[in-house]
Design a protein around this ligand. Structure first.
Ligand code: AMP
Length: 209
């Protein structure tokens, strides 16, 4: 099954992606993670991506689409995959349609008023990518899942978060209608706990098996 996880920054896409990937043995493809890895390794793509990511803007479609096409063409995606953070524009969705068939689009819908706090308080594990909120860490600085060190993403600051939310509204939100028209959209309210959201997503995935 080829799945897309859609939702505003902070909606909980990454958290759900980890759970779905573990339970359904689907490779988790996060364009944000691919860019961060490239930035860490100081590749050409990383240097280019950084200039956009630091401002809360999108990396140009040509670059992003090429990366995804290469990634989903690999052997581990033969039996399905899960895209997290891609597509983010109509042009990306059209490019994806030209190379693959999507079976389901899960849209995690969260009240906008919650997102700023979720993102600015987010801490992420350097090793496994698990996300936490600082208010629930009780001062812990390591990941309870794998023991890795927790850090705050550079783009999780109020100014950059605001541009990411603006970019989402202008460029990514139209994808909801795009996929609804294709009959592929599954909406899930993401204001509750990750466990509650996952239970609804899993019920949907199981119904499609
Ligand atoms: P994320 O980890 O999904 O929040 O992505 C972090 C940043 O990477 C975004 O704010 C964008 O600057 C960039 N990025 C990730 N995915 C895409 C995409 N599909 N298209 C363009 N830029 C992206």
């Amino acid at each position: 099954m080829n799945i897309i996880l859609l939702g505003a920054p902070g909606a909980g896409k990454g958290t759900q992606a980890t759970k779905i990937s573990d339970a359904y043995a689907l490779p988790h493809i996060s364009t944000g993670d691919i860019f961060r890895e490239n930035i860490k390794n100081q590749t050409e793509i990383g240097l280019l991506a950084k200039s956009f990511i630091d401002k809360g803007q999108l990396v140009p479609d040509e670059v992003t689409c090429k990366i995804v096409e290469e990634r989903i063409g690999r052997a581990d995606c033969q039996n399905g995959y899960m895209l997290d953070g891609f597509p983010r524009t109509i042009a990306q969705a059209e490019a994806l349609d030209a190379i693959t068939k999507i079976d389901l689009v899960i849209n995690i819908d969260v009240d906008f008023s919650l997102l700023m706090d979720r993102l600015c308080g987010r801490r992420v594990c350097k090793d496994c990518g698990e996300s936490y909120h600082v208010s629930r860490l009780g001062g812990a600085t390591t990941c309870s899942r794998c023991g890795g060190e927790l850090y705050q993403r550079k783009d999780d600051n109020p100014e950059t978060v605001q541009s990411r939310l603006d970019v989402y509204n202008a460029q990514t939100a139209p994808l909801i209608e795009y996929y609804e028209k294709k009959g592929l959209l599954f909406n899930v309210v993401g204001n509750t706990t990750p466990e509650d959201v996952y239970a609804k997503v899993a019920a949907k995935l199981d119904s499609l098996k």
